[in-house]
Design a protein around this ligand. Structure first.
Ligand code: NAD
Length: 390
C-alpha cells in the first residue's frame, strides 16, 4: 500500500537561515509579501532582521502585526482587511509568517481567504481544502507546532467556542525557514509547552492508525532529537545544540503528523483550549501521560519504540518494561517542566464537569480520536477528562 506524502517545496534549515529570506522569496516567486506576525516579534527585532535584505533585493513588503496567541476569527478578519488593502494599490502576492504556530496559522488562513473568500468556518474539517492559496513562507520562532511543515491550520470559532481544524494542501507552506537562533528568546513556559506539543506530535503520528513508512521515520527521528534535549532547552535557553535539536525535531514531528495524523491527545486538547483558554501545548502536556496510559495496550510495540527513541529505554528492555519507562518519562517531563493539572491552572471544576460531555463530542467530531490505537467511546473520553482533572 502506498502513502501520499506532502511537504514544503523549500526548507532552509540551520542557524542563520533567516538571512536567506530574499533568495527564498525569489525562488518561491514572491515579490510583494505581507508579513504576518505579532508585536513580540517586532519588539524582539526579528521583523527588522527578516526584512533587512529585502529592499536591496527589490522586494516591497507590507505588515500585519496583529496576530494573537491561539488565533480566533477576529484577528484573522483584521489581517484579511490588511491583505485586501494591498500595497500602494497593488495586491500582495504572498505571505511571510514570522512567529509561533499562531502567526503561521493566521497566515495560512489568510492565504485561503484572500483568493477564495468566505469565512474560515467554511473550510473546517471534514472539508479537505486542496485548492491553492497565496504562497506562504513560514518562519517558526517556537519549537513547536511544526506548522511550518504541515497542511493544517487551527483557528478558534469564538462564537461557538470551538477550535476548528482546517486541513488540506491549500494550508501547506510553500517554503519554511527553520532558524534555531530565533528560539533562544523563548520564555521557559513557552519552551516547555511547545516542546511537549512537538513530542506529542511525534508520538501520536507514530502510534496513529494512519502511520506509514515515511511518517514513522520522521516521528522516530524527531523523538531521538527531542527526547534528550527538551529538559536542556528548558533549563539552558542559550544552549545552541539543544535549541537546534528541538527546532529540527519539531519540524520533523510536524512532517510526521501532517502525513499521518494526530490522535486522542489532540482531539481532547482542542476543546480545553477553546473553552478554558489553555495554550495548545500546555493542554496537550496536561493530557499526554494519562492518554498514553489509556492507549498503551493497543499498540505496545509502537509505544515501546517511542520509549527507545526518546532514550528512556533500550533494546535490553522488553516492550512492557519500555512502556512503563515511557509513562515514567512523560510524568517526569511534566513534573520537571512544571506542567499544571487543569485544577492547578485555575479552571473552575463545576464548569469542567458541566462541559466535559460537549468537549468529548467536539473531540470525536474533530476526527482525531478515531486515529488513536485504542479508539475511545464518548463515555471513555468523559472519564479521561475526569482522570486528568487533578
Ligand atoms: P504561539 O504562537 O501562540 O506563541 C506563544 C507565545 O510565545 C506568543 O505570545 C508569542 O508571541 C511568543 N513567542 C513566540 N516565539 C517567541 C520567541 N522566539 N521569543 C519570545 N516569545 C515568543 O505558540 P505556539 O505553541 O507556537 O502556537 C500555538 C498555536 O498553534 C495554537 O493555536 C495551536 O492550536 C496551533 N497549532 C497548529 C498546528 C498546525 O499544524 N497548524 C499544530 C499544532 C498547534
Amino acid at each position: 500500500m502506498s502513502a501520499s506524502i506532502v511537504m514544503p517545496r523549500i526548507m532552509q534549515i540551520g542557524a542563520g537561515a533567516l538571512a536567506e529570506l530574499p533568495s527564498v522569496l525569489a525562488r518561491a516567486g514572491v515579490a510583494r509579501p505581507l508579513f504576518v506576525t505579532d508585536a513580540t516579534m517586532v519588539s524582539l527585532g526579528y521583523l527588522d532582521r527578516a526584512t533587512a535584505g529585502l529592499e536591496a533585493a527589490g522586494i516591497a513588503w507590507g505588515l500585519f502585526d496583529g496576530t494573537e496567541p491561539e488565533p480566533g476569527e477576529g484577528s484573522v478578519l483584521e489581517g484579511e482587511a490588511v491583505l485586501r488593502a494591498g500595497l500602494k494599490g497593488e495586491a500582495f502576492d504572498g505571505l511571510v509568517a514570522l512567529g509561533g504556530g499562531s502567526a503561521i496559522d493566521t497566515a495560512k488562513a489568510l492565504s485561503i481567504l484572500g483568493p477564495h473568500g468566505g469565512r474560515i468556518r467554511d473550510y473546517k474539517f471534514p472539508r479537505i481544502v486542496d485548492e491553492p492559496g497565496l504562497p506562504v513562507i513560514a518562519i517558526p520562532t517556537t519549537a513547536g507546532t511544526g506548522s511550518e511543515a504541515t497542511r493544517v491550520t487551527v483557528i478558534t470559532d469564538t462564537d461557538a467556542d470551538e477550535k476548528m481544524m482546517c486541513l488540506g494542501l491549500g494550508f501547506l507552506p510553500v517554503a519554511a525557514i527553520i532558524d534555531p537562533e530565533l528560539t533562544y528568546s523563548l520564555p521557559q513556559r513557552v519552551t516547555a509547552d511547545t516542546g511537549i506539543d512537538a513530542l506529542t506530535h511525534a508520538i501520536e503520528a507514530y502510534v496513529s492508525r494512519k502511520a506509514n513508512a515515511f511518517s514513522d521515520q520522521q516521528a522516530l527521528a524527531a523523538l531521538r532529537l527531542m527526547g534528550p534535549n527538551l529538559r536542556t532547552a528548558y533549563h539552558e535557553p542559550d544552549n545552541a545544540e539543544a535549541r537546534g535539536a528541538m527546532l529540527l525535531g519539531s519540524t520533523l514531528a510536524g512532517l510526521a503528523f501532517s502525513n499521518a495524523s494526530v490522535a486522542l491527545v489532540h482531539g481532547m486538547s482542542r476543546p480545553i483550549g477553546a473553552f478554558f483558554h489553555v495554550p495548545h501545548g500546555l493542554s496537550n502536556a496536561m493530557l499526554l501521560p494519562e492518554i498514553t496510559a489509556f492507549s498503551l495496550s493497543a499498540a505496545e510495540a509502537r509505544y515501546a519504540a517511542c520509549a527507545r527513541a526518546i532514550g528512556v529505554a533500550d533494546d535490553s528492555h522488553a516492550d512492557a518494561a519500555a512502556n512503563a519507562r515511557l509513562l515514567d518519562a512523560l510524568r517526569g517531563f511534566n513534573d520537571e517542566l512544571k506542567v499544571p493539572a487543569p485544577s492547578e491552572f485555575g479552571i473552575d471544576h463545576d464548569r469542567w464537569v458541566q462541559l466535559r460531555s460537549l468537549m468529548a463530542q467536539q473531540a470525536i467530531a474533530s476526527g482525531s480520536p478515531g486515529n488513536n490505537p485504542r479508539v475511545p467511546s464518548e463515555d471513555e473520553i468523559v472519564a479521561l477528562y475526569d482522570a486528568v482533572w487533578a
